[in-house]
Design a protein around this ligand. Sequence first.
Ligand code: FES
Length: 163
Amino acid sequence: MTHPDSDSPGLRQTILSLAEPIVATEAGPVLLCLQKVQAHYGYVPEGSVSVIAEVCNLTRADVHGVLSYYSDLRKTPPPRVPVRLCAAEACQAVGGRALAKAWRQACESDPELAEDTGIDEPVFCLGNCALGPAALVNDELLGCADVDRLKAAVVIARSKVAL
Ligand code: FES
């Protein structure tokens, strides 16, 4: 995954090539453009907002507003193996909050684990409520999550990322 300079001509060209086909065919294309850019880079690089605004004929504030509203849109590169714990009600009812606390403690005692996973970015309902607490480990769904199962899933995800 590349992390481009925000002002590089290469970034501008890439964003144009990603956004222009969407703008040509979709009404209200800002979110789709941002999602496409994130799918390409893993996040939305800083210089993308002005290019998307230009292509969509909107202000940078309009695009920045969409980028800021959706928590799934990232403004910084993701960790190597992102771990996201469900923080919605059904998972909280079966120990989600305690799991989040235990996971944070596990990461605090293992800096490599913390760096690789970003500790936790809460997510609100993964549609796996019956098997809560639920989590995503590098976008793989994990049910009945506990610290040991999360660590095991991170080990597997690390090996896939390393390939
Ligand atoms: S509330 Fe956690 S998966 Fe639905």
